[in-house]
Design a protein around this ligand. Structure first.
Ligand code: GTP
Ligand code: MG
Length: 296
């Protein structure tokens, strides 16, 4: 009989009500999300957690390891004090060691700048990567004000390093600003019909910002996003110093052989690193309630 061992990746998701948070995570992950309260039950604030409805498992003689990503969403932080915001981030860091913090604001939602600044300061202090995302960008030209505010705030703490594919990067890739349309935007009255955009660029931006196990967690999180892999596989191959075929086959197998993926996907700068992040194990993968495990 094997014991179950859970390997969770956690992502902080913030932004005011109707800011487009759920729509964004659906667009990033292309998987069905369900609400769960399992990981943060005793946190001082009531956190809503979402995870995939189909976790993946690696089975060895001793353990069954369950892989899952959780998105942890606090209630709207607009009324929080500086101390509350900073304690929240500290606690989340201690309890979940998040891959990154994704903050959403849409031209139709309201953001309180002081709370956002405290949140960013706390994340940077705790070495949590920050992605500031203007969502639902076609709803009004106010998108440019949101993007400018995000850039202004990050410039207080970090040096802007580059702008690529609509993403502005800061520091040693510890923060970025992006603008997205997470689902088709249609306004029949104005004759507007805009496609999803900016999502693949945001996924890639976050890949470049995360290292080692966190990078792996992010790849796992977005592994079902076929559109991303079709359009960005060459860039990912280049980032990891692999051929496109190598990356394509790794990604096709992404949940079948996490050990191989773990060893193979060191970024160029880490290529000589010897220690595998996930311990050696005899791997048989199965998807709960299913015989197949290939996502793509
Ligand atoms: N077309 C389009 N609609 C969007 C986009 N983002 C959000 N919306 C719409 O805006 C509304 C609110 O989006 P949600 O994703 O539910 O926002 P939320 O931040 O999760 O909201 P709460 O869970 O209530 O806090 C929904 O009707 C979405 O369809 C976008 O990028 N494009
Ligand atoms: Mg939501």
């Amino acid at each position: 009989m094997s014991d179950e061992n859970v390997h969770e990746y956690n992502i902080m998701l913030c932004g005011s009500a109707r800011a487009g948070k759920s729509t964004l995570i659906n667009a990033l992950c292309n998987r069905t999300m369900i609400e769960t309260s399992s990981i943060l039950e005793s946190c001082a604030k009531t956190i809503t957690c979402y995870t995939f409805n189909d976790s993946h498992y690696i089975e060895s003689k001793v353990f069954i390891t369950k892989f899952q990503t959780n998105f942890c969403e606090p209630p709207d932080i607009d009324s929080w004090t500086e101390d509350e915001v900073k304690s929240y981030v500290k606690e989340i860091k201690e309890r979940t060691n998040p891959l990154c913090m994704i903050y959403c604001a849409s031209p139709g939602s309201y953001t309180k700048i002081p709370q956002l600044e405290w949140l960013i300061e706390a994340c940077l202090d705790e070495q949590i990567c920050v992605a500031l995302v203007c969502t639902n960008m076609w709803i009004s030209t106010n998108r440019y004000n949101i993007r400018d505010d995000f850039n202004k705030i990050l410039s207080k703490y970090l040096k802007q390093t580059k702008e690529e594919d609509g993403i502005t990067y800061y520091g040693d890739n510890n923060a970025l600003v992006a603008m997205v349309n997470s689902e088709k935007y249609i306004d029949n009255e104005l004759g507007v019909d805009e496609k999803i955009c900016g999502i693949n660029e945001l996924i890639y931006g976050i890949i470049t910002s995360l290292k080692d196990d966190k990078g792996l967690g992010w790849l796992y999180t977005i592994s079902n996003n076929e559109s991303f892999w079709i359009t960005k596989k060459s860039k990912v191959a280049n980032l990891f110093n692999k051929t496109v075929d190598d990356v394509w086959s790794l990604i096709s197998d992404i949940t079948r052989d996490l050990k191989e993926r773990n060893i193979a996907l060191y970024k160029k700068s880490n290529i000589n690193r010897k220690t595998p992040i996930i311990p050696e194990q005899h791997i048989v993968i199965r998807k709960k309630n299913s015989v197949s495990c290939t996502i793509l």
